[in-house]
Design a protein around this ligand. Structure first.
Ligand code: HEM
Length: 515
């Protein structure tokens, strides 16, 4: 949905061409549209609850033209100011109910979950996730419960995170060493923090999932040796981009018989390359296992425990934490460092807190529970820069209700996390980054879910513990060791891009070593 402009250009061209070629198609579209409208009015007539407020749009395409801006979460928040925290829009053939307040979002995720527990995936995500084979994209069924148990047991749960502690410690040391080396070699030059952090985070993800980090690998199906940068591109960045590729048929399922060749070939190529690289990495890990080398990894665990899974399912499941770890945690940590580099007073407050607790010792995960201001920095960053601004659409498979309104079966539900986190009724001056708001007594310092950023209910983020351990320890150590200042004009670079809230322009900061 994010690249609506791209979609609209494509839609206009394609729609025009098909209308001419197929003569009565437009009539058919209008006919289906009115039938759909008629049906929903009929159903709603049976309910005592009022229908949700509707954002007016155009026939057939609904509100698509009003979402030209590439950030639907911001458009949704603007509409919430006019139509209230819950309203409906039309994206082509679908009715999407948009939720912008924490209370109604929680009602959808917890109280009414049994009616809204499935997902209608976009064509791109359906292909990329091996048809709902990932934990995050599967419907809430037996398969989901099984694979969620696997990922929590071996990768993301409390015990698994204790086992993976050594990888996180190595990661922090590497980042710190690289930054010290940067200051030594080019003290006046700004550092691209994202580049260093992303590299190390990807290494950690590979170790947890496949036992080893790699510098390069020969990929048989591609007949070439891929560098680490190329592996990252195939496994993470290309696929994050592909996830927001718009197939106009997503909006008009009754037109799915019309081919969209370019789109299909692009997605198929990406899925093929991902499979090829994963095959090479899996083969290398199996070789290490066969040689008796003791390398624990998620792959090793799935091969021995998950006997009912196919090889293709195992590949997607092992790839899942790689892409999830490499992205949202990076986004959160970079925005936190940006905010601290921009705000020397708050950076100072954090540094003093760390000095008081750690003295001359390096800050580690053991100190986290004694550092409330650091926790507040993390939560305020999650709030203001919600890494997943909109939760992938859920689907009401039966009539239900939300916020006192009637929700007919078949509605898509968009939970606008950004809207919840910027809700003026809940947060004073939500546009300001003020960690102090989380020092209020009403918050339990150890509660990871102070904002809506990790979702909630049965589908709450499985990686919230890992994300908080990595982000908090990295932010704390980097403020303990360095003084951060934004490069000139960097303050204005607040634009985001992509499915998650990536900083469009990676932060450029000048560092000074602290004594
Ligand atoms: C700051 C970082 C992160 C944020 C803000 C975040 C956000 C979210 C959100 C909002 C959901 C709920 C989606 C829904 O309700 O449909 C989710 C689910 C999930 N997240 Fe995260 N996430 C983060 C880090 C991670 C990490 C590091 C992993 C590691 C693999 C991870 C793995 C998952 C999984 C497996 C699910 C699916 C859970 C389920 O469907 O039962 N996340 N995440």
């Amino acid at each position: 949905m994010a690249s609506i402009t791209h979609f609209l250009q494509e839609f206009q061209a394609t729609h025009f061409a098909t209308s001419v070629a197929l003569g009565g198609l437009s009539l058919f579209i209008f006919f289906s549209f009115f039938i759909q409208r008629f049906r929903s009015t009929q159903k709603n007539g049976n309910s005592k609850l009022p229908p949700v407020p509707v954002v007016p749009g155009l026939p057939v395409i609904g509100n698509l033209l009003q979402m030209k801006e590439k950030k639907p979460h911001k458009t949704f928040l603007r509409w919430a100011e006019i139509y209230g925290p819950i309203y409906s829009i039309r994206t082509g053939a679908s009715t999407v109910v948009v939720l912008n307040s924490a209370n109604i979002a929680k009602e959808a995720m917890v109280t009414r979950f049994s009616s809204i527990s499935t997902r209608n995936l976009s064509n791109a995500i359906k292909h990329l996730s091996g048809n709902k084979c990932m934990v995050a994209t599967s419907d809430y069924d037996e398969f989901h419960k099984m694979v969620k148990r696997y990922i929590l047991t071996d990768v993301l749960g409390t015990n698994a995170q204790k086992r993976h502690r050594c990888h996180r410690d190595t990661m922090i040391e590497n980042i710190s060493n690289k930054l010290h080396a940067h200051i030594k070699n080019s003290p006046l030059q700004a550092v691209n923090f994202k580049k260093i952090f992303e590299y190390e985070l990807f290494g950690l993800a590979l170790k947890q999932s496949l036992g080893h980090d790699v510098e390069s690998i020969y990929v048989e199906e591609l007949e070439s040796t891929l560098s680490r940068g190329e592996i990252f591109k195939v496994l993470v960045s290309d696929l994050m981009e592909a996830a927001i590729e718009v197939d106009w048929r997503d909006f008009f399922p009754y037109l799915k018989w019309i081919p969209n060749k370019n789109y299909e070939m692009k997605i198929q190529r990406m899925v093929f390359e991902r499979q090829a690289v994963m095959n090479a990495l899996i083969k290398a890990q199996k070789k290490r296992i066969a040689s008796g080398e003791e390398v624990s990894s998620y792959l090793t665990y799935l091969l021995s425990e998950a006997k009912t899974l196919t090889n293709d399912q195992i590949t997607v499941l092992v790839w899942e934490p790689i892409i999830e770890i490499s992205d949202t945690t990076m986004v959160t940590t970079e925005w936190a460092m940006y905010e601290l580099a921009k705000d020397p007073n708050r950076q100072d407050l954090l540094c003093k807190e760390i000095q008081n607790v750690c003295g001359t010792n390096k800050m580690t995960e053991e100190h986290l529970s004694k550092l409330p201001y650091l926790g507040a920095v993390f939560h305020e960053t999650l709030r203001k820069h919600s890494p997943t601004p909109i939760i992938p659409l859920r689907h009401a498979h039966e009539d239900t209700q939300l916020g006192g309104y009637y929700i007919p079966a078949g509605s898509e539900i968009a939970i606008n996390i950004y809207g919840c986190n910027m809700d003026k009724k809940q947060w004073e001056k939500p546009e300001e980054w003020k960690p102090e708001r989380f020092l209020d007594k009403k918050y339990d310092p150890m509660d990871l879910y102070k904002t809506m950023s990790f979702g909630g209910g049965k589908r709450v983020c499985a990686g919230s513990l890992q994300a908080s351990l990595i982000a908090c320890t990295t932010i704390g150590r980097l403020v303990q060791e360095f003084e951060w200042r934004l490069k000139d004009k960097e303050e204005e670079n607040v634009d985001t891009a992509g499915l998650t809230s990536h900083k469009l322009h990676p932060m450029q900061a000048i560092l000074k070593q602290r004594n």
